[in-house]
Design a protein around this ligand. Structure first.
Ligand code: NAI
Ligand code: MG
Length: 354
């Protein structure tokens, strides 16, 4: 099969790990007889430096003429002084919006070889397999107004905004996912306080009628945050709004072992998607060959699975990652002493080789 992929490395470690995804795709292409045509484009701080905007039109165009998009990460201290509407992170929000990517899938899966070294107990984290579905186009991150007011800017407003349609489509997507998994859906909200959450809950209840096989539960986000660490195995698919999903998935990364192991898919209704690690550009370790490339490589595997229907190819990547971990290799985010501690480049080579 021939597929065109736009690769947006972005900033910081994004540039180092994007190389890993490209190298792994090349190996998979050779092994399974696919041609992956890669087109690179700028986003985030790199785009601000080159084109004076975090999302140049050329980048949007490159994404639109591709079959899928891979993204590293954006942001860094160099651009932190900029006003929020032209910061690197805006590029990310804009491309998600521009491509109508509304469903952010964040799988949380335990790696058996990392269970022993986890600060969390084996009985809690072994065999965890949760899919967090985060709504990506609405909520506080897009609400208007979002501004300061008053004579001395002493009042600040952020708005949590959702339309019925936005909630319906993410809830629908989550039920579909639950149907092909273990038929359990947890909807996370704050319906005891927020009106948007009350509407969210109503919609989940309406949609549930079309999926009688799916066991549905509603949970407040604060309780969900606690339960995610205490009994993660009780969750199958978890659906929630933008901000809650952002926070809960970072929290859940500790079940897996590191933020550097968490991939994500952001999907449009027709299956087109952008695939990126959950983590950011990690300026504290950027340029030091310390970043874990696995979240990025696993994001490429999700791309093969969700956008191209290439299941055995995706599994080959997942298996390679598992083999490397089983052989004891670790980047410093997981383990920082020992003979098998390796840098980004070496880790990429190990995965490509397998
Ligand atoms: P971060 O996710 O970049 O880093 C948090 C911590 O995790 C850091 O200690 C970092 O070294 C570590 N880490 C993250 N990914 C890692 C990897 N692959 N391997 C090893 N260690 C890893 O979040 P932070 O520090 O809050 O944000 C840094 C910048 O990234 C900011 O400018 C922020 O706005 C941006 N950001 C971008 C995102 C994106 O592009 N999707 C998401 C989150 C933050
Ligand atoms: Mg986040």
């Amino acid at each position: 099969m021939k597929k065109k992929i736009a690769v947006l490395p972005g900033d910081g470690i994004g540039r180092e790990i994007a190389k890993g995804a490209v190298a792994v795709l090349k190996a998979v292409g050779e092994r399974f007889g696919h041609e992956f045509e890669i087109e690179f484009a700028d986003i985030g701080g790199a785009a601000i430096d080159q084109h004076h905007t975090p999302l140049p039109d050329e980048t949007t165009e490159a994404c639109k003429r591709s079959d899928a998009v891979l993204l590293g990460a954006v942001g860094g201290p160099k651009w932190d002084h900029l006003p929020s509407h032209i910061r690197p992170e805006r590029g990310l929000l804009a491309i998600r919006k521009e491509l109508q990517l509304f469903a952010n899938l964040r799988p949380i899966i335990t790696f058996e070889s990392l269970v022993e070294s986890s600060p969390l107990k084996r009985e809690i984290i072994e065999d965890v397999d949760v899919m967090i579905v985060r709504e990506l186009t609405g909520g506080l991150y897009f609400g208007k107004p979002s501004e300061r007011r008053g004579e001395h800017n002493e009042v600040v407003i952020d708005t949590l905004h959702y339309t019925r349609e936005e909630i319906e489509r993410i809830v629908e997507k989550s039920f579909e996912l639950a149907m092909v998994r273990n038929k359990k859906l947890t909807s996370v909200d704050k319906a005891n306080v927020l009106e948007s959450s009350r509407m969210w809950r109503e919609i989940v209840q309406e949609k549930a009628k079309n999926y009688p096989e799916v066991q549905v539960e509603h949970m407040y986000v604060d309780a969900a945050a606690m339960k995610l660490i205490h009994q993660p195995k009780d969750f199958d698919v978890m659906v929630t709004e933008n901000l809650f999903g952002d926070i809960l998935s970072d929290e859940a990364s500790m079940i897996t072992g590191s933020l550097g192991l968490l991939p994500s898919a952001s999907l449009r209704a027709d299956g087109f998607g952008l695939f990126e690690p959950v983590h950011g550009s990690a300026p504290d370790i950027a340029g030091q060959d310390k970043a874990n490339p696995m979240a990025m490589i696993l994001s490429a595997a999700m791309m093969l699975k969700y956008s191209f229907n290439m299941h055995k190819e995706a599994e080959a990547i997942e298996q390679a990652i598992n083999e490397v971990l089983n052989a004891g290799y670790r980047t410093p985010d997981i383990q920082n002493t020992g003979t098998h501690v390796v840098g980004t480049t070496k880790m990429i080579d190990l995965v490509v080789h397998r």
